[in-house]
Design a protein around this ligand. Structure first.
Ligand SMILES: Nc1ncnc2c1ncn2[C@@H]1O[C@H](COP(=O)(O)O[C@H]2[C@@H](O)[C@H](n3cnc4c(N)ncnc43)O[C@@H]2COP(=O)(O)O)[C@@H](O)[C@H]1O
Ligand SMILES: [Mn+2]
Length: 662
């Protein structure tokens, strides 16, 4: 209604002139002259507009009559063509000419003229024509039917025109959609903690737990036409049609919560991981996607569902804390493979993440030790202007073995050859490594990391040790070193660097520690690391202490046990991380979030304990990290925008968690 009214009052429309005339006639009452002049102006304008309109019609007519194919006029052919055809103004989409076939499909025989294309087909747009393409992307819905639309631009005296042809594809779209909804997706379901659940259980308890999991899985799929089969003691294969899968996804894979209610006599909860592959060209490809998805679910800590399609991963769940589930066999196998790789390479480069910290540098020092003992030239690639480990780097640089070991990414690019081995530590996302260009230039890459995976991770690594249950990259490297070098070949400075990495990520052995963490620490202690020397690396400067206190004083309680502090000041990343750590120690706090300015961006550090997963919270802001420590970088964002975005992310996270729990 509003649109019609606006259109009626546009210049060129009869109503516009009638209204004008009414006002001018009203003027007669006040002054004969002004009234008469008004009526005359209105008449002149109307005449001019009629002339313009008829000129435009003539030009369009000319245009239609002058379109020729092989020298023959096609106007009658186009007019009577069974192919619905339209000529419309490119600027407004106003239809200036339509043939009989278009009038039939649009149901607007004479009325189609002067209507806009979007009035007939709301999703119509012209970007494809402007970009020089000949086909509208996807299908255009008009009424209850779907069309493939082809077209081109035609310059004319009446302005830029577009000529559009419509081919009915309703039946094709119906068949394709039906095939897509019935297309099978494949899933692998794994009991995450089978060993732990069954440990010390009697035979009857084991059977009861497994029967309970089987029953809950069957009930979950009962109303669908899915097929569920157990193929190993702790694994199931699951085949389901896409439409049914969408329903399970909409209910956030409720079986994850259902199974979490099962516990053994020691109180260990059962958790599942579900890896789903969909949209593969073949069943085999969907199965391959399912394999990647289950690996992804497990490497993010389990207790979640991951869907992998042709383009991306989607994540559901993952709220519980990860449970340690590692074997030393993997470390030994990786150590052997790394040893071989180092021996076969011309040189070794080691690289951590951007804004490297003591864990990244400590782990890198461990790898330098392995390469040095094997007699290979080795360097650590680091941006010394942007590091949180400058004191540690300085200490290492004072050792004769570390003279010229630290180099910039630019120098590394010049230095590397086709037989260089690049070892990436403490990071698995390509966009977060110290130098993405270097990562892309080297084809022999090994990855050693303890962070949960996000949708993008370094693919095609020749060797990968990825353990989200480990406290730190330094813990993993210490474990590898036990198989790679004799104990007395490790320099005290290297052992202390790795111990500093463990100390950092466990916050002085208070979080994320497992038996293996202490074993690694004991090994480093035997290699000569002094705990008091390590602790000295963590002393804050007076400025850092004051910055930390300043940000803590801006904290506010967001409810749900979340404390949020934001400052528009540019502060040291370490001070922000420490503030987030400290806020978490307030009684009743389940998560802390600290945001601060970093150039034109806003940086975020988040920490959590227990049930809150700050990795999922930070992923809402494009960041990542681990269950209990995560971060994000909000590009080109003001403090006010960051405040709004973070608050929304916190509310969104808890709203999702509540809907999942229902
Ligand atoms: N933009 C991002 N995208 C993806 N992931 C990100 C992003 N920003 C951060 N992350 C990940 O989040 C966690 C936590 O990062 P953080 O900066 O909050 O904390 C790290 C260090 O800043 C902090 N740290 C360094 N030195 C000290 C110190 N002397 N005292 C206290 N704290 C310190 O420790 C955190 C180390 O994290 P790690 O790299 O995971 O070991 C992190 O995973 C980022 O990768
Ligand atoms: Mn790190």
């Amino acid at each position: 209604m509003k649109k019609k009214f606006q259109k009626a009052l546009q210049p060129g429309q009869t109503w516009f002139y009638l209204l004008f005339l009414l006002f001018a006639a009203g003027g007669l009452y006040f002054s004969l002259w002004y009234g008469a002049a008004g009526i005359a102006v209105c008449g002149i304008l109307r005449l001019a507009s009629l002339r313009q309109e008829s000129e435009r019609k003539r030009q369009v007519q000319d245009l239609m009559e002058n379109i020729e194919v092989s020298g023959g006029e096609i106007k009658p052919a186009v007019t009577h063509s069974p192919l619905p055809t339209v000529v419309a103004l490119a600027t407004t989409g106003e239809i200036v000419w339509a043939n009989e076939a278009f009038a039939e499909i649009s149901g607007q025989f004479s009325g189609a003229r002067h209507m806009r294309m979007t009035e007939l087909a709301p999703t119509f747009e012209t970007r494809w024509l402007i970009e020089g393409k000949e086909e509208f992307p996807g299908e255009l819905r008009m009424g209850r039917r779907a069309y493939h639309v082809f077209g081109s631009m035609i310059p004319s005296g009446a302005g830029q025109m577009m000529m559009l042809y419509f081919i009915d594809c309703t039946e094709y779209v119906r068949l394709r959609d039906a095939a897509e909804t019935r297309h099978p997706a494949l899933a692998i379901i794994a009991i995450d903690n089978y060993e732990e659940l069954m440990k010390n259980a009697t035979d009857s308890e084991k059977s009861a737990i497994l029967a309970d999991i089987d029953r809950r899985l069957s009930e979950w799929t009962r109303d669908s036409s899915a097929v569920l089969r157990k193929y190993d003691r702790d694994k199931y294969i699951f085949i389901i049609e896409n439409a049914e899968l969408d329903k399970l996804a909409a209910r956030k894979f409720a079986v994850l919560q259902e199974v979490r209610d099962i516990r053994n006599h020691e109180g260990v909860l059962a958790t599942l991981s579900i890896g789903i592959g969909r949209d593969g060209e073949t069943l085999a490809e969907s199965y391959q996607y399912a394999g990647l998805a289950i690996d992804m679910a497990l490497s993010r800590g389990g207790d979640q569902a991951v869907i992998k399609n042709r383009y991306t991963f989607e994540f559901y769940g993952g709220l519980s804390e990860e449970v340690e589930k590692r074997t030393k066999v993997k470390s030994r196998v990786v150590a052997n493979a790394l040893s071989q790789l180092i021996r076969d390479s011309s040189q070794v480069l080691v690289m951590g993440h951007k804004n490297s910290d003591m864990d990244a540098i400590g782990a890198a020092a461990g790898m330098v030790c392995a390469a040095r003992v094997k007699g290979k030239p080795v360097h650590i690639v680091v941006d010394q202007q942007h590091t949180m480990a400058s004191d540690l780097i300085e200490r290492l640089e004072s050792l004769p073995e570390y003279k010229d070991v630290f180099i910039s990414a630019e120098d590394a690019m010049i230095m590397c050859d086709f037989n260089t081995l690049l070892i990436v530590v403490d990071v698995n996302r390509p966009g977060y490594v110290e130098s993405e260009a270097l990562l892309q230039s080297i084809n022999k890459v090994a990855v050693i990391d303890h962070h949960r995976r996000a949708a993008d991770y370094i693919e095609n690594a020749v060797v990968s040790l990825h353990e989200p249950y480990a406290s730190s990259a330094s813990e993993l490297v210490s474990e590898l070193l036990q198989y790679l070098v004799p104990n007395n070949d490790i320099l005290t400075g290297e052992a202390e660097a790795m111990l500093a990495g463990i100390y950092l990520d466990t916050k002085g052995y208070s979080t994320r520690t497992g038996v293996r963490t202490f074993e690694a620490a004991a090994y480093l202690r035997r290699a000569g690391a002094e705990v008091s020397d390590v602790k000295r690396l963590f002393q804050s400067s007076f400025d850092q202490y004051m910055e930390r206190q300043k940000i803590i004083s801006s904290a506010r309680n967001c409810g749900q046990g979340v404390i949020f502090a934001l400052t528009d000041q540019e502060i040291d990343r370490i001070a922000a991380a420490q503030a987030a750590d400290e806020l978490l120690s307030i009684i009743g706090t389940r998560a802390s979030v600290v945001a601060f300015r970093s150039g034109v961006d806003m940086a975020v550090s988040a920490r959590a304990s227990g049930q809150v997963n700050v990795q999922l919270l930070m992923e809402r802001l494009g960041g990542g990290g681990n269950h209990s420590a995560a971060g994000a970088q909000l590009k080109n964002t003001t403090p006010e925008e960051a405040d709004r975005m973070i608050t929304e992310a916190i509310h969104g996270y808890f709203a999702d968690q509540e809907s999942e729990a229902q």
